[in-house]
Design a protein around this ligand. Sequence first.
Ligand SMILES: [Fe+2]
Length: 210
Amino acid sequence: LRDHAPKSQAITIPKIDQLILRQSLTAASGLDALTHAVEALTAARSGPLSDVYALRSIGLIIEHLPVAVWDGGNASAREGMALGATLAGMAFNATGTAAVHACGYPLSGRFGLAHGVANALMLPTVVAFNQRLCSKYELLKTALGTADVPEGLRALVESVGLPTRLRDAGVSWDALPELVAIAATDRRHLDANPRPLSVDDLQRLFEEAW
Ligand SMILES: [Fe+2]
């Protein structure tokens, strides 16, 4: 087969040291994948099958992300993250993502924050808001090793070197009303959220995350 395969179809397997991403890129893309899984697990359209993918993804990402960030050549952590991110994609392909993404997009558009960084900034605050009406966050306690799920998520974000407050990411207080106004138009993501959000709710979330 090798003799007959055209050269353009040859596959190269890169060595692990060629796969090492910058720490910040690994952290941001990993937190985006975790957000996909958490939002899929709790989305209005979640179901038993997407839950299986989302929960396995969450376990893998929480276990492997810090190692993948701080020891980028660790093949087992990279494999864990690759599988976790793929399963998160399969989960949210069925459910869509929700309010974290609705808040994250204007942060990226207005302040140029990487998509995963923007989501990481909003994830703990949105989960704290949602958890009163959604018991599924309980399922994250074991993987996070704490009964305080929003705090566990915040600690994970901090542990991989990303900012945890909007003000530490260069977002000005004066910009919050504009961010709220943009997020409030994102019906597709807001409608998928397990708890309805008014404009006032969004304002409060951005202020709390600041
Ligand atoms: Fe995303």
